[in-house]
Every structure is written in structure tokens, then in C-alpha cells.
Design a protein around this ligand. Structure first.
Ligand code: GLG
Length: 839
């Protein structure tokens, strides 16, 4: 062991071996120690949760050393930092991922075994922080993993929701929501930092007054103030020393309630105030791809944004960076418009609280923010009624008006005499009730605007943000989404990893393009045999799991045809159902028909208030009830709805897929990221030319992808010409039969009313054009069935899909962001044996 360098004057403390050591013996000792001293239990009375916690603390100790070294280095160098602002971080379980990234999975597995415990059991025990709805929140989590792995100084900022995404139960085929109490058993991964709490003002009014120098200034007299307390979670990179921070804010009352009680005697009123403040971080809004114009939601947004900006300013002060260098110290990435109120909030902080003149403040602001758009759906574009916005954020509204005035002058200069353009581009929608258009605010206040897949960016430029593209073409760029191969391959698919390891080593974990080397083995029959073996074993695990959890028997040799994602009409789970019904009808017409056996697996949640999405879940379960029990089917078709889809669950299910369903209406899915996770794990895709499907097809080759449906242009053209869904229904006997089966009450105990809203919608206006895409989808599915029978061909395609997924690593995405506009360099972290004990 080296001794502290005696020439250094500061006192140094040795970090104890039991908190850093990685050998099996040390890990066992540390585990026993944590069980005793932190959980306060001995093995005889310890619960599974106690064991999990003891292990989690053992792992956290090993993270802390890297974390503090990282923080110390960033502080010393005042490193340029990405602040990733996101209302959602769908992190998934932490233990397994940390074991992978620390490189101690095998040692810990061994240590647990020697202690008579099963690591897999303990991994199962973790309640995942479901602080996100779907793709947007999970993307943020993948990006944090890549940022740390690529050694990029970064901070994730968000909300520490007490209740994350609801737990889904299925009762009588319907979704039932249960609150998610993820914190009830304690969260070993976070450290509260009350000393860095900040206060956020809400409501009230503004007033012009002279300051002490006689200058007139705007003062905001808020109605109330809430406190934000940061909770930090270390985010370790894969086999690096870098551990960045995810900082989530919890809302609390400013003063303890007894203070108010003492003051006014209104004890219960004071307690009520406390509850109102704490409500802000109470619950995640469970909507995906739809905006919610609720006051509490706006309060959440300003709350975490203001806390985060003040935190950045505190960091700058500590590192002695002056405020006019804000944009040099930080780049703030806005994950959708949810945090876009950060633009007027930074302006307010600079102008009102730091006396920086408007012009200068606006220069800094415009150079700081970058905006990622995640959707083209009009119902998901956030706009706040002026009345609500002004009531909660009176000062911000004034600032937005001023930004808008100056912006519209700019538009007038670039496009003289174009009144309509001014109306279209105004940050304030004045067509009826007046609204603040948050996406436009984000465009004006950012130096970069990006979409999340090539097609999506193109459509933003052509359509949703066309005027802004004409105004600021240089701001627009594309950053195709990616996924982390650490969680979605190394952790979740050990069997495939083992096989890959034997052929191409492990370099692909940090450089997914290395996967290309697999192509060399595609002609090796022995390798293809191993590939198929491996897939069968994975599927058998899922068969056992389904049997255990649902009682349904699934044929391991059937094609696993999976659609796992949020329920939304544009994602068209009901198109998939029409295929199931079509196959069923073919069997009913001819029970001896030779069809490729399939197991249809569905997973996903519907927003609690989204009636149609919930009805589609009911339809799946109802169709399953009939199909799974019909003796004519003879187990050739199975329909399984797997409840409570989550990150944990996704990891279990992706590796087992033969076929991945990515069938959104062209032009509706911004990117999709499940599509990437499935393909990386060897599933073939049936998909439309939508989102990142376009690029997946490009990478894997059209011969290894099952393309179906209208293109975006065809969708637009058909709508323009006058779309008549009824005609497709009339002309296609199979489609007619499928719809008629639903409409007749065949799947609803003879009740024709149950699914009537759905049927009416499909035959009436069919916004998402299922009728138009049905035939193409069914014919393509027939080709899929055909292909699956040729085992050798299928395996080849599966291998080539995996081999060609290099582009879809989130490392590639993050590198693109860094090089293109973040302009940020990696910072190497040296792992010191000692940390300084004095400041
Ligand atoms: C969005 C989109 C997805 C996209 C994801 C991440 O709907 O298509 O993949 O963000 O960019 N609301 C979302 O989940």
C-alpha cells in the first residue's frame, strides 16, 4: 500500500478496504457488516429486503469512491458540464446495472452463493424508480449511462416523485391502476443534500419599485414559497472511474408548520400549507404523448427548473466562475418542452436577481439552451392558458411577453409585410383563449433544436416547426436516439453475451459498431445452431415465467411476436389485434389449415384517463380469452397480456422476442427506442416507415426487415384526398370479417356495445388509418410466417440484425451531441487511493 504523499500538507484519510475492495472475500465481509450495522439484522431474522439493502450498500460504497473523485476533479477543473433537464428519468433497477458497470457482477454472484443467497433473487427484490412514462424518460436514463461511460461531465436534473408511474393490474381484462410506492422500503442509492436546498417562489404579483440606488426595478411578491431538497444518485459509467450525478428535487414546506401555528394559532391551516407544498413532487403525471394543462403540473415544471438553475449558480459560485459565463460553464439540454420555462426563469434570475441587463442576459440565455423535440402529435405540444400561467408565474409571463415582442420584431425584419406569419409564430396563441406556446418559446430561447430520428427531424422542419426552420435554419439538427447496450444487452441478455464473447470478444460493449464482426460467422452452421439453441433457452425461461404468473401454457417453438410499449392509438396495438383475429378466422374457416404457430405477447400501460387505449387493452384480453380456449386453435395461437410493463420487466422480455411489432402510423412515432432494444437482442422487425424504423431498415438491409404500411407522404396524400375507411372494410373480406367479429359481440359474451366505440371509430374517421394499412400489414405478416418456417434463414436474419445495430448505441447519440453542439470534452477521472479530508 502506498502512503500519503508527505509533501502534501492536507490531512488525508484512508478509505477502508471493506468499502472499496472487489474480491469475493472482501465483498462477503462488507455485506455482513452492512447487514449488521445498517440494516441492524442478523441473517436468521433478515428479510429478503434486508439482504438486498445490505448488498446495495456494499455496492454503493464502491460507487462513492468514484463519485467523490469525479466531483473533486470537476470542481477543481471547473469543467464544462451538460445539465440534462428532464421531467422524467425512467432509471430501472440500479443494483444489477451498477454491478455491470463496476465490473463485479461475477464476484458478487459468487460472494452471495457462498453466503447461501441467490443474487438473482436479490436483484428481483429491488423496487425500480419508475419516474417516467415511457420512451422519453427511458431515453434520459440511457443518456446518463452513456454520458458517464464516455466520461462527459454531466448532471441530470429532475423531480423526485414520491409516486412514480402507477402499477398496472388487470381485472376482468381491464386495466386497474395502483399507486407506486417505490420508496416504501427505502432507497439505498440516493443521498439527500439538505444543505443545498433552494427556495422557489410561486404566484402573487409583480411591482415596480426603486431599489436602494434609486433605480426602478421589478419586484416579484410571491404568494408562496416552497423549498426544494436535492437527492443525489451516483451514475457510474461502464468500466470507467466516472460517476456523474442525477439530482432529483423533493418539495417541502419552507418553515416547519409549527412555526406558523405559533405565529397565528391556525395550526391545521399551517399543516395544510405544508401538505400543499409537498404535493408538488408527490406524483408523476401518467400521460405519455399528451399534455396536461393542470396547475400542479406547471408548478412541478417551474419547481424543478428553478431549483436546478439556482443549483447551477451555486456550483458556479463555488468554482468561482462568473455569471456572465453561464453558457460556457453549462449547456442545458431541454428534454422536450417540460423544462422550457427554464428560459424565462434564467432570464429572471440574471435580470432581477443579478442585475444583468436584458440584452446581455438574453445573449447568455440563447447560448445556454438546446431543445430536443420528441413528438409531432398536436395533443402533446404543451401550451399553457395565459390566465393560469400568469396566476402562477406573473413575472415569467412579463418576461415571455418581452421576449415575444423582440422576437416578432426580428420576424418582421426578416419577413416584412407577412402578418399571417407573425400570428403563426407568436409565442402567444391568440386564436381563441390565449395560450403560451412552449415549443415556440423553446425554439426562440435555444441555439439548437433537434428531432430524435432523421424522419422526425425532417417532418419538424417541413411541418410542425416549419416557420421556425425558415427563421433559424442553422439551429435545426437531427440526433437519432440510441439505447445503452449495458442495460439492454450485458445485464439483460447474459446468454447472448456469452455467445458473442466466444466469437467477437467484448469490445462491442463500449463500441457497438464492433458488433459488425458477427457478420463473419453468419455462414457458419455451427454458430447458427448455437444461436438458435440460445434463443430457445431464453424463450423457455419466459415460457416458465408466463406459466408461473398467468397460468397460460405457451409453446416454446411458436414465434414470439411481441408488442411492448405504451398503449396509444397511434401505436396501433389494435392493428396487431386485427391480425390475431384474422388468423383465428382462418382457423375457424378451416381448422386443419397449416399456419405458423405464434404467441402474441403484449405489455404496456394506458394513461388512466385515456378511454380508447384502455378499451384496446380490454380487447386484447377478450380476444385472448376466446382464442386461448378454443379447441379448434389447438394451441397454435396464444394471446398473452403481461401486466405491469416496467424497465425490469422489459429486460426480461426483449431477449425472448422473435418478432418486434413497430407498426405506428407513418409520421406519428418520433423515433421509438423499443424497436432498437428488440433488434439488438436478435428480434426481426415488422414495421412501418416511421421514426427510427427507417434507419433500422437502412442499417440492417431491407431483406432483413419486414416493411409494411403507407409512407408519411402517402398518409398525407390520402388524408388530403379524403380518406374513407369504410371502403377498405367493404372491399376486403378478411378485414370485414375481423371487424364484424368484434362488432357482433363475439369477444364480449354477445354484447355488441362493449367494443362499439372502437369499431365506430375505425369505420368512421380512423384517424390512424388502420383500415388503409390492414392489407399491407396482413400480407407482410404472412411473409413473416413463411420466413419463420425456414429456421436457417430466420437465424441468419436475426444474426445480421444484431450485427448491424452499431448505430443505435446511446454512446453514438451522446457523441453526436457532444461534437455537434454541446462542444464538450471527456474528462478523465483518476481514482485516488485517498481523498482529502480538509477543504
Ligand atoms: C417520445 C416519442 C418516442 C421517442 C421518445 C424518445 O413518442 O417516439 O422514442 O420520446 O425520444 N414521448 C415519447 O416517449
Amino acid at each position: 500500500q502506498t502512503l500519503p504523499n508527505s509533501s502534501e500538507s492536507v490531512a488525508e484519510v484512508r478509505i477502508e478496504d471493506d468499502r472499496t475492495g472487489l474480491s469475493v472475500e472482501t465483498l462477503k465481509r462488507a455485506f455482513a457488516d452492512n447487514l449488521f450495522y445498517i440494516q441492524g439484522k442478523f441473517p436468521g431474522i433478515a428479510s429478503k429486503n434486508d439482504f438486498y439493502m445490505a448488498l446495495a450498500y456494499t455496492v454503493r460504497d464502491r460507487l462513492l469512491r468514484r463519485w467523490l473523485n469525479t466531483a473533486e476533479t470537476y470542481t477543481r477543473n471547473a469543467s464544462r458540464t451538460v445539465a440534462y433537464l428532464s421531467a422524467e428519468f425512467l432509471m430501472g433497477p440500479q443494483l444489477g446495472n451498477n454491478l455491470i458497470n463496476l465490473g463485479i457482477y461475477d464476484q458478487v454472484n459468487q460472494a452471495m452463493k457462498e453466503l447461501g443467497l441467490d443474487l438473482r433473487d436479490l436483484l428481483e427484490e429491488e423496487e425500480e424508480p419508475g419516474l417516467g412514462n415511457g420512451g422519453l424518460g427511458r431515453l434520459a436514463a440511457c443518456y446518463l449511462d452513456s454520458l458517464a461511460t464516455l466520461e462527459i461531465p454531466s448532471l441530470g436534473y429532475g423531480i423526485r416523485y414520491e409516486f412514480g408511474i402507477f402499477e398496472q393490474d388487470i381485472k376482468d381484462g381491464w386495466q386497474v391502476e395502483i399507486t407506486d410506492k417505490w420508496l416504501s422500503a427505502g432507497n439505498p442509492w440516493e443521498l439527500p443534500r439538505p444543505e443545498w436546498s433552494v427556495e422557489v417562489k410561486l404566484g402573487g404579483r409583480t411591482e415596480m419599485r426603486a431599489d436602494e440606488h434609486g433605480r426602478f426595478k421589478v419586484y416579484w411578491l410571491p404568494e408562496k414559497v416552497v423549498k426544494g431538497i436535492p437527492y443525489d444518485t451516483p451514475i457510474l459509467g461502464y468500466k470507467t472511474n466516472t460517476a456523474n450525478t442525477l439530482r432529483l428535487w423533493k418539495a417541502e414546506a419552507v418553515e416547519s408548520f409549527d412555526f406558523y401555528a405559533f405565529d397565528s394559532g391556525d395550526y391545521l391551516g399551517a399543516v395544510h400549507q405544508k401538505t400543499v407544498s409537498e404535493n408538488i413532487s408527490k406524483v408523476l403525471y401518467p400521460n405519455d404523448n399528451s399534455a396536461q394543462g393542470k396547475e400542479l403540473r406547471l408548478a412541478q415544471q417551474i419547481f424543478f427548473v428553478s431549483c436546478s438553475l439556482k443549483d447551477m449558480m451555486r456550483i458556479m459560485e463555488q468554482q468561482k466562475v462568473s455569471l456572465d459565463q453561464f453558457h460556457e460553464k453549462f449547456v442545458i439540454q431541454l428534454n422536450d418542452t417540460h423544462p422550457s420555462v427554464a428560459i424565462p426563469e434564467l432570464m429572471r434570475l440574471l435580470i432581477d436577481e443579478h442585475d444583468i441587463p436584458w440584452e446581455k442576459a438574453w445573449e447568455i440565455t440563447k447560448k445556454t439552451f438546446a431543445y430536443t423535440n420528441h413528438t409531432l402529435l398536436p395533443e402533446a405540444l404543451e401550451r399553457w392558458p395565459i390566465s393560469l400561467f400568469g396566476k402562477m408565474l406573473p413575472r415569467h409571463l412579463e418576461i415571455i411577453y418581452e421576449i415575444n415582442n423582440r422576437f416578432l420584431d426580428e420576424v418582421r425584419m426578416k419577413f416584412p409585410d407577412d402578418k399571417d406569419r407573425l400570428r403563426r409564430m407568436s409565442l402567444i396563441d391568440e386564436s381563441g383563449e390565449r395560450y403560451v406556446r412552449m415549443a415556440y418559446l423553446a425554439c426562440v430561447g435555444s441555439y439548437s433544436i433537434n428531432g430524435v430520428a432523421a424522419l422526425h427531424t425532417e417532418l419538424l422542419q417541413k411541418d410542425v416547426l416549419h416557420d421556425f426552420y425558415e427563421m433559424y435554419p442553422q439551429k435545426f439538427n437531427n440526433k437519432t436516439n440510441g439505447i445503452t447496450p449495458r442495460r439492454f444487452m450485458v445485464l439483460s441478455n447474459p446468454r447472448l453475451c456469452k455467445l458473442l464473447h466466444s466469437k467477437i470478444g467484448d469490445d462491442w460493449v463500449k463500441n457497438l459498431y464492433e458488433m459488425k464482426k458477427l457478420e463473419a460467422f453468419v455462414d457458419d452452421p455451427e454458430f447458427r445452431h448455437q444461436w438458435r439453441q440460445m434463443k430457445q433457452e431464453i424463450k423457455q425461461d419466459v415460457v416458465d415465467y408466463i406459466k408461473e404468473t398467468t397460468g397460460i401454457n405457451v409453446n416454446v417453438n411458436s414465434m414470439f411476436d411481441i408488442q411492448a410499449k405504451r398503449f396509444h392509438e397511434y401505436k396501433r396495438q389494435h392493428l396487431n389485434v386485427l391480425h390475431i383475429i384474422t388468423l383465428y378466422n382462418r382457423i375457424k374457416a378451416n381448422p386443419n389449415i397449416d399456419i405458423t404457430p405464434r404467441t402474441f405477447l403484449f405489455g404496456g400501460k394506458a394513461a388512466p384517463g385515456y378511454y380508447m387505449a384502455k378499451l384496446i387493452i380490454k380487447l386484447i384480453n377478450s380476444v385472448g380469452d376466446i382464442v386461448n380456449r378454443d379447441p379448434d386453435v389447438r394451441d397454435r395461437l396464444k394471446v398473452v397480456f403481461l401486466k405491469d410493463f416496467s424497465v425490469k420487466f422489459a429486460q426480461r422480455i426483449y431477449p425472448s422476442a422473435d418478432l418486434s411489432e413497430q407498426i405506428s402510423t407513418a409520421g406519428k412515432e418520433a423515433s421509438g427506442t423499443g424497436n432498437m432494444k428488440f433488434a439488438l437482442n436478435g428480434a426481426l422487425t415488422i414495421g412501418t416507415l416511421d421514426g427510427a424504423n427507417v434507419e433500422i431498415l437502412e442499417e440492417v438491409g431491407a431483406e432483413n426487415f419486414f416493411l409494411c404500411g403507407l409512407t408519411t407522404e402517402e398518409v398525407y396524400a390520402l388524408k388530403a384526398k379524403g380518406y374513407k375507411p369504410w371502403e377498405y372494410y367493404q372491399k376486403d373480406p378478411e378485414l370485414k370479417l375481423a371487424i364484424d367479429r368484434i362488432a357482433s359481440g363475439f369477444f364480449s359474451h354477445g354484447d355488441p356495445n362493449l367494443f362499439k366505440p372502437l369499431v365506430d371509430h375505425l369505420l368512421g374517421n380512423d384517424q390512424y388509418m388502420l383500415m388503409a394499412d390492414y392489407r399491407s400489414y396482413i400480407d407482410t405478416q404472412d411473409r413473416v410466417s413463411e420466413a419463420y418456417r425456414d429456421v436457417d434463414r430466420w437465424v441468419r436474419m436475426s444474426i445480421l440484425n444484431v450485427a448491424r445495430m452499431g448505430k443505435f448505441s446511446s454512446d453514438r447519440s451522446i457523441r453526436d451531441y457532444c461534437e455537434d453542439f454541446w462542444k464538450i470534452q471527456p474528462v478523465k477521472i483518476e481514482l485516488k487511493e485517498y481523498v482529502e479530508a480538509t477543504a
